[in-house]
Design a protein around this ligand. Sequence first.
Ligand code: NAD
Length: 548
Amino acid sequence: MSNIGATARSAMTRGLRGLDVLRDPILNHGTGFTEEEREALGLRGLLPPHVHTQTEQAERFLLSFRKLTDPLDKFVALNALHDRNESLFFRILCDHIDEMQPLVYTPVVGLACQEFGRIFQRPRGMFIGINDRGRIAQILRNWPYQAGIIVVTDGERILGLGDLGANGMGIPVGKLSLYTACAGIHPELCLPVTLDVGCNNDKLRNDPFYVGLRQRRVTGAAYDEFVEEFITAAQEVFPGVVIQWEDFANHNAFRLLEKYRNRVSSFNDDIQGTAAVALAGIFSALRVTGAKLTDQKVLFLGAGEAATGIADLIASGMVAQGMTLEAARRTCWLVDSKGLVVKSRTDLAHHKLNYAHEHAPIADLLGAIKALKPTAIIGVSAVGGTFTKAVLEEMAKFNERPIIFALSNPTSQAECTAEEAYRHTGGRALFACGSPFDPVTLNGQTFVPRQGNNSYIFPGIGLGVIASKSKVITDDMFMKAAHTLAHLVTESDLAQGSLYPALPRIREVSAQIAAAIAGAALESGIAGRVMAASVLPEIEAQMYEPHQ
Ligand code: NAD
């Protein structure tokens, strides 16, 4: 048995042989099966005779992959590999995370969702339609594995691209790939789910290749009952499964988070994960300026899930440093499509009210910057090009080191490019982005902008929650994640303008965050199991390594 790996042994235990093994992406290792595995699993003759190492298989894949020039073609090639040989897919993702993450996740996944119906090959995850009401538990039992984490979307607000309906499935799939690649959560534990309640995007619904239900969205009580049945069924079929809400529109995202957060182990990455990654970036920026968090005034362009999530966590951070909650909230200001969010406005959605302060109305971002003189601007509006030359120059007038985060995705929606941020602030911007940008050289100095990508946070949160079996996911866990991430930024990162660690360190980052999360669960008595006093080694031992 010495040359028979764990997955081959698992196939043997399940009595699987021959083509059943080669056609199962979790079990298949293609030409990588050893002589002994070929013998034991009845693979002789079904494979060419030479045994390749996983490294050789990866080189072969990359050889043809790197000849592709179109990002969508690259996405399709990666997806096809995922569908036939998962361990090789994850090996390549882990070893080339800088190159692969923008393809399996933002920005290219946005394009892939827009084209989902056209590039569709094999289904992945589960599609549960509104017409499946009454039998969701039965449907979930069709899933062949015991899920440990579900990323669920209803496709109504995919990245900054709006309603993509069932075509939004690319997002839960991509995110769960990152749970595995970045935090070593075993692929069998990961279940992507799309709740198909219809789609209000007429163009898409009328597209012959659209994969979802051809009806407008169901709303109100019928929607709520459907989600309730899904959550109850998920807990029944997969007891203790962690739920990550993904890309729900504002009117459902805040409600669902509040409704379920104390009932099941659940979180909304667009609100809470974004908050932790942005706050970590601010902590890094403050290491450069030497200023305190409580000295900051933050102006957001956008007033949705990302903006109010980040503002809430910043306010909690200020409270932890001695401010009252009211005073802390007053340091955060929002600009939405109608201008500055102020108390006198009568058109404000509930989630904006904590940040509706006393002030005269101001119509636009530049006017708000001139009036408020913020230390930081954070772009989460999904409207590209809105951090104009005038906006950036204004920020640089009264800030020695203006904090400029252009977080909107995909790249076409970014508020500004890295080059613009550095150029129009004379190289003084402390910059982070939502989509990847290449290094920028300005007056002989090279800046390396890094993405404030949620993938620094959510995989570690998931791993920590699964490892500790935490019954709920608390706000304190996101604060701990932000501190942990910021501590992992080195002085040399900061010296080149990077506010986040290098992406190839992501598994170390995720393990540290998971240890902090599990520690928090144990301390507050919400862990569902006993763990060793030092949790990090236990966490690291659980992480899936994509060997064959
Ligand atoms: P959302 O739909 O909840 O919020 C968007 C907000 O922008 C709304 O409040 C809307 O009123 C406002 N807005 C629309 N047009 C505007 C305009 N012209 N001027 C000012 N405000 C305007 O979406 P969200 O979840 O908050 O995400 C917003 C963007 O941030 C998306 O592009 C998303 O991909 C990106 N995002 C990035 C990260 C990251 O980089 N880590 C994380 C989360 C979200």
